[in-house]
Design a protein around this ligand. Structure first.
Ligand code: P1T
Length: 386
């Protein structure tokens, strides 16, 4: 089955069994508990909704299918998914190698929760250079955690190469695939052990549900993470499961439009005389353009931009826009714009931001699926006013 067919049908096959209704979409099962006829006999495997819920089960099947995974788990947020993976796989004294340019909230979780309180050590390294990653491995290293492309500098890491390094050393590789979505990149096929998504972004795609997902092939790892998910209660609600099921059905079409719009916008901005720099993996000027073509099926909808000028002209540019809302988050049908250093990544220590090149004037754009001519004329008029 091809991607779009899976995204529409898996998890929602009509049920023709005796007493079933033949729904063509998965119903929202709100029941917190499920009655059984005998003590030993849970009905269809359902006991209590935290452990298993039919609507969540449906979205988990769809999520697994679109990442070519054997198993999928749906969480209450991307960070709840991250927390469950960390608790499932690590104990005090373990060491994690993480990409140096991760989403700010992920860094806060790593540094201020797991490192500060639970004696798990994190090394933040530039995983786009695999030699640096290899050098950072110690006998205590249990996990390699990468984002590719990174948030917000869009650096890529060679997933297949890192998967080999990890496998040789018996280290688990987690890839946060939020920026690409399962439509443009499939890390499990490149050798990663675990794929993680904030479904709040492209997977749901309409900025109306917070959620997270984990997809993987190994049954033992799956059981460990599912055990933690049930133990801590980090589950996606039935309503969110329904809305994510609905969102996934148009993921391929949305991603194509995000990418087509982004290419045109990146090219427009790159030639504009008030723009200093455009970072977009689909531009030949991106330092890892060749790797992008190799491991991704498209270049996505995220870009970062620096204007010539200072923080005031940058803020003025944003104020003058009409279709790009100044807001955190990304991956919805509507275009969003923000300043990561002052918003989504404010919790990253200032000296780390400086080292990375994450300046206060770096603008991050989540390009929506609006008509690209409207988006470009909006950008053009806002630039003309600064
Ligand atoms: O917000 P939540 O669903 O908990 O997901 C966290 C998360 C995980 N991974 C990546 C790559 C992310 O970008 C995020 C959330 N990011 C934003 C809210 C943002 O504006 O970048």
């Amino acid at each position: 089955m091809k991607f779009t067919t899976k995204s529409i049908h898996i998890g929602e096959e009509p049920d023709f069994k005796e007493g079933a209704t033949g729904d063509v979409i998965a119903p929202i099962h709100l029941s917190t508990t499920f009655a059984r006829d005998e003590v030993e006999n849970p009905t269809a495997g359902y006991e209590y909704s935290r452990s298993l819920n039919p609507t969540r089960n449906a979205v988990q099947q769809k999520l697994a299918a679109i990442e070519n995974a054997n198993f999928g788990l749906a969480f209450s947020s991307g960070l709840a998914a991250e927390t469950s993976v960390l608790i499932a796989l690590l104990k005090s004294g373990d060491h994690v190698i993480a990409t140096d340019d991760l989403y700010g909230g992920t860094q806060r979780l790593f540094r201020k929760v797991f490192q500060a309180n639970y004696a798990i050590r994190f090394s933040f390294v530039d995983t786009s250079v695999s030699e640096k990653l290899e050098k950072a491995i110690t006998p205590a290293t249990k996990l390699i955690w990468i984002e590719s492309p990174t948030n917000p500098l869009l650096k890529l890491s060679d997933i297949a190469k890192i998967a080999k390094i990890a496998k040789d050393k018996g280290i688990t590789l987690v890839v946060d695939n939020t920026f690409m979505s399962p439509y443009f990149q499939n890390p499990l096929d490149l050798g990663a052990d675990i794929v993680l998504h904030s479904t709040s972004k492209y997977i749901n795609g309409h900025s109306d549900s917070i959620g997270g997902a984990v997809m993987l092939n190994d049954k033992l790892l799956f059981e460990k993470i599912r055990f933690i998910q049930n133990s801590v209660g980090a589950i996606m609600s039935p309503f969110d499961s329904y809305i994510v099921l609905r969102g996934i059905k148009t993921l391929s079409m949305r991603m194509e439009q995000h990418a087509a719009n982004s290419r045109k916008i990146a090219e427009f901005l790159a030639q504009h005389n008030k723009v200093k720099k455009v970072i977009y993996p689909g531009l030949k000027s991106h330092p890892q353009y060749e790797l992008a073509k190799k491991q991704m099926k498209g270049f996505g909808g995220m870009m970062s931009v620096e204007l010539k000028g200072d923080i005031n002209s940058t803020k003025n540019f944003i104020r003058n826009l009409h279709y790009f809302s100044l807001a955190e988050s990304l991956g919805g049908v509507e275009s969003l714009i923000e300043l990561p250093a002052l918003m989504t990544h404010a919790s990253v220590p200032a000296e780390d931001r400086l080292k990375l090149g994450l300046s206060d004037t770096l603008i991050r754009i989540s390009v929506g699926v609006e008509d690209v001519e409207d988006l470009i004329s909006d950008l053009e008029s806002a630039l003309s006013l600064i």
